[in-house]
Design a protein around this ligand. Structure first.
Ligand SMILES: *[C@@H]1O[C@H](CO)[C@@H](O)[C@H](O)[C@H]1NC(C)=O
Length: 128
């Protein structure tokens, strides 16, 4: 009897500890934007939002660095962790590597309905 009670309490504890987010199979695509090569220079921009709070948006453009052509990327993503907390990452990637800025909470990250824009400073460096 003790064994059964112990086994049942383990099952209950496991269920209570499981992440409380939506079932992954129930997650819906809420918004999707995809702009390929609108500048005719190989650039792109895309965004998607899911019903579980995930958002990802990224823009990329080609840039000549000396003899090389590199892709300059700016992006942001956010998601709700199993602890219910909002996590976000903003990043750029260029000829010098990947540069993330990481935070938590409702402020600072990309918001629903928002698309990653191109930073005017990045544009300046593309022209220059
Ligand atoms: C992160 O990126 C989003 C989308 O571009 C922007 O609105 C937000 O201000 C950025 N946050 C920081 C801390 O730079």
């Amino acid at each position: 009897m003790k064994t059964i009670v112990f086994a049942l309490s383990c099952i209950v504890a496991c269920c209570l500890a499981a992440p409380q987010g939506p079932n992954p199979q129930d997650v819906q695509l809420v918004r999707y934007v995809n702009n390929q090569d609108q500048d005719q220079q190989g650039g792109y921009q895309f965004t998607y939002e899911l019903s579980d709070g995930q958002i990802r948006s990224e823009t990329g453009a080609l840039k000549d660095v000396g003899e090389e052509r590199v892709i300059i990327v700016q992006g942001a993503y956010t998601f709700v962790g199993p602890d219910g907390q909002i996590y976000w990452v903003n990043y750029t990637a260029d000829e010098n590597g990947f540069h993330p800025v990481i935070g938590t909470g409702p402020e600072g990250g990309i918001k629903p309905g928002q698309d990653q824009g191109i930073d005017p400073n990045a544009l300046k460096s593309l022209v220059g």
